[in-house]
Design a protein around this ligand. Structure first.
Ligand SMILES: [Zn+2]
Length: 495
């Protein structure tokens, strides 16, 4: 289900499901009232649920076609206040950091306050079985019936008071089974990469405590892959500890600490929009850097769609300023993770060919051809279709008489299949993302060593690359170019 589900999701456009209303169908209010009564939700103002759960990080999978990565949530508790529109979940986490093997315990705290009125947040409350019915009762729901497999479900649909950036309300569609339990709730939320993203919450194995029904099993599926699941052990209607638990505790330590390391003397001046590294080679500065390389007939942008649409449009604008009259023909992405592709609609809207290893092509094509009715973006407004060059083999080289930009697929890095580095052999400039963080001054040679740094070095040795200047896509603090001496020193290698 997990892997094949992607195609299913992408095919399900907003509102594409055909409902078959029957002349004899009961009214929506009667259906909602019957479900509310059966579920014991009539007098439910708040609820506490608990058990074990897992969160999955949408957009950060190791392979563009794989499952969202999972974080186990042990000792999971959640309080929901339907009157206020607030929710808080807590749990214990215990997982190894991405940089090394020793697991560390952590606290999970997810609070949604009534002032966080965006649908991405509030949907967490109003797509629960009880929240769905309360939202339906207040928002002019309609009802139809639909055959799902062999069963006839009552399908209740309502629109949210929240409006999407397009001005449209969000749609919420709940499936109520023959025993009047809410078995599934669908909604669509805007996503910068995935467009109108279907979020489907499945509720099953209902149990009862003090007259209130709760699903022992919850599986939420976002963009065709599980994004949250839970096995609930119990529930508590109108819990007496609601007020004490509905907000996050203040941060430990009793006050705002000092600024992060390297501070002092007020905010640093904003960096220039770009820095020239060599003739026709510019670093476009930002929290996520990009590199523009001017060839005779065109420009290549390395990391063409970082962060979000606004940032990617700014990168493109600066590149156009640096190379007036020249077309940005190609936009390389380092990897598919959403923090590196959250602005990918910008280069697509410019007709720029996205260059990435073949492993990412099918995913990007599906993602970038989903409807974008909730949040129209540069791509949907431009009417441009994505052009994705999924290159096969280990490298893609752009070159002319003056310059060469080699794009190499990194081997052996678990972070993301098809992650690439950029290499300018003439300028001896190397560009990388997400392989490692350089250690802090307090711990200059981490033990155990950072695996990503070792893999970085192994790849450069395999390729026979010896850079003089190294650009990190993620701006360093302070942002700067580094050297092989810095990299080797962080592994304790003296050279
Ligand atoms: Zn990444």
């Amino acid at each position: 289900m997990l892997r094949t589900g992607v195609a299913v999701l992408f095919a399900t456009a907003l509102g594409a499901t055909a409902f078959h209303a029957s002349a004899a169908a009961p009214s929506a209010s009667a259906v909602i009232a019957a479900a509310s009564k059966a579920m014991g939700a009539d007098n439910l103002n708040s609820i506490k649920i608990y058990g074990v759960a897992a969160n999955y990080n949408v957009g950060q999978n190791n392979n563009a076609n794989g499952e969202w990565p999972r974080t186990n949530l042990n000792d999971y508790y959640r309080w929901i206040d339907f009157n206020a529109g607030a929710s808080r979940a807590t749990a214990q986490t215990f997982a190894p950091p991405v940089t090394g093997p020793t697991a560390v315990a952590g606290r999970f705290n997810q609070a949604i306050s009534p002032t966080q009125n965006g649908w991405a947040q509030q949907s967490e409350i109003w797509t629960t079985p009880w929240g769905f019915l309360k939202g339906a009762a207040k928002n002019n729901a309609t009802v139809a019936t639909e055959k799902v497999g062999a069963r006839t479900m009552k399908v209740v649909t309502w629109n949210t008071p929240q409006k999407a950036p397009s001005g449209k309300a969000y749609k919420v569609v709940g499936y109520i089974g023959p025993s009047n339990m809410v078995e599934r709730v669908d909604t669509w939320i805007e996503n910068p990469v995935l467009g109108d993203m279907l979020v489907r919450s499945n509720y099953s194995e209902y149990r009862e405590v003090d007259g209130v029904k709760f699903p022992a099993k919850i599986v939420r599926v976002s963009a065709g892959q599980t994004s949250f699941d839970a096995q609930l052990l119990g529930a508590d209607a109108n819990p007496t500890d609601l007020a004490a638990n509905i907000t996050n505790p203040p941060p430990a330590g009793g006050g705002a600490g000092g600024p992060p390391g390297g501070g002092g003397g007020g905010a640093a001046a904003a960096p220039p929009p770009s820095t020239q590294l060599a003739p026709d080679v510019y670093k476009i500065n930002g929290a996520y850097n990009a590199v523009a390389v001017g060839f005779k007939d065109y420009v290549v942008l390395f990391e063409a769609g970082p962060q979000n649409e606004a940032r990617a449009l700014a990168v493109i604008a600066e590149t156009k300023r640096l190379f007036p009259g020249k077309t940005i023909k190609y936009g390389v992405i380092t990897h598919h993770h959403f923090d590196h592709t959250g602005g990918i609609v910008a280069p697509v809207s410019e007709g720029i060919t996205i260059v990435t290893p073949a492993v990412n092509k099918a995913f990007l094509m599906r993602a970038l051809t989903t409807p974008r009715t909730l949040a129209p973006d540069a791509m949907s407004k431009s009417g441009k279709k994505p052009i994705i060059e999924g290159f096969t083999g280990d490298k893609r080289v752009f070159s002319d008489a003056n310059h060469s930009l080699e794009v190499h697929v990194v081997k052996g890095l678990p972070h993301a299949d098809g992650i690439v580095i950029g290499w300018l052999p003439k300028e001896k400039v190397l560009i990388y993302a997400d392989m490692f963080n350089l250690p802090t001054a307090a711990d200059p040679v981490p033990n155990p060593p950072v695996v990503g740094t070792q893999i970085f070095l192994a790849n450069l040795e395999r390729l026979g690359i010896e850079p003089e200047r190294i650009v990190s896509i993620h701006a360093l603090n302070p942002d700067r170019l580094t050297s092989m001496a810095d990299i080797r020193a962080s592994l304790g290698i003296k050279k």
